[in-house]
Design a protein around this ligand. Structure first.
Ligand code: ATP
Ligand code: MG
Length: 270
């Protein structure tokens, strides 16, 4: 199956009829900063924090904003490669688990959520990246953001332990409007990905990772830990271009209809 770029603005995509439900009214960190591929800068961002710290909730909510936002054209595609199969399925009518499903969904929707089989994940990821490159080379209008969940499954700690497709994405994606978000529970200690990154979203981190921040970026781990502990699910954004560190309140999730009925106090952090 081929991607029919001509159809981009012909009202083809399923989500026009059924956009994913918006979970928050406002995203503290602009989705454009998170997902936008700036053709003048490296295009990798890293997102890390221990399990349950709020990474997926933030990215999921940012995605529901991005599909409604004029900052993202209708030729932009968000692709979530989620090896854990958890936390993005409500963004789409159907998740996909093979190349055929991926190509179909990419034709019809701006958000595609891939639930790969662990055994075939490496090869599948290569196929996805190669396809995004082909499309970007065919059309100047095409742009895409790839969220790679549990990125340490695919990226080791040395420059040699990164799949060539990811290297290609990180080095050549910028000029083609492709951007990559590496999401992981532990701070990836890979110097190569660090040099390609524009920013880091930090949720509450494991202690050894706090220490790493000092070594790698000269950041004060105590300050960061103290600030992030003050509010559950809060996070920081370290801009590696201008070296600014900003702290953000947790996003405030809307109550689900059943929570509202019960009159419960909801899900927001303290
Ligand atoms: N901003 C928030 N407000 C209220 N609850 C939240 C918020 N963020 C996360 N949670 C709660 O914490 C749970 C775990 O969050 P999330 O799935 O985002 O963690 P994670 O960092 O992606 O973890 P993992 O690394 O295991 O995937 C959510 O299911 C939700 O119940
Ligand atoms: Mg998660």
């Amino acid at each position: 199956m081929t991607f029919e770029i001509k159809k981009f603005s012909e009202g083809f995509w399923e989500e026009k009829e059924k956009l994913p439900p918006k979970k928050v009214s406002k995203i503290p960190l602009c989705p454009k900063t998170l997902f936008g591929a700036d053709k003048t800068k490296p295009c990798v961002q890293q997102v890390y924090g221990v399990s349950g710290s709020g990474k997926t909730v933030l990215l999921n909510a940012a995605a529901t904003h991005a599909v409604r936002s004029k900052d993202f054209s209708d030729t932009w595609r968000l692709v979530v490669f989620d090896i854990k199969h958890q936390g993005y399925e409500d963004l789409v009518k159907n998740t996909v688990s093979d190349m055929e499903g991926f190509l179909k969904s990419l034709n019809r929707n701006r958000i595609t959520v891939i639930h790969p089989d662990i055994e075939e994940a490496d090869e599948f990821l290569d196929g996805v990246i190669n396809h995004l490159f082909e499309l970007a080379q065919m059309s100047d209008d095409f742009s895409s953001t790839l969220i790679l969940e549990e990125s340490s499954t695919f990226i080791g700690s040395g420059a040699w332990s990164i799949p060539n497709t990811i290297k290609r994405f990180a080095t050549q994606g910028r000029s083609l409007g492709l951007s990559l978000l590496l999401v992981n529970q532990r701070a990836l200690s890979n110097k190569w990905t660090d040099t390609q990154s524009t920013g880091i979203v930090m949720f509450r981190m494991a202690n050894p990772d706090n220490e790493l921040l000092k070594k790698r970026w000269g950041l004060n781990p105590q300050e960061i830990e103290t600030r992030l502990m003050e509010k559950k699910f809060s996070f920081a954004y370290y801009d590696l271009e201008n070296l600014s560190l900003d702290f953000y309140n947790p996003i405030e999730l809307r109550k689900t209809p059943s929570e509202s009925k019960k009159g419960s106090s909801g899900t927001s952090g303290p």
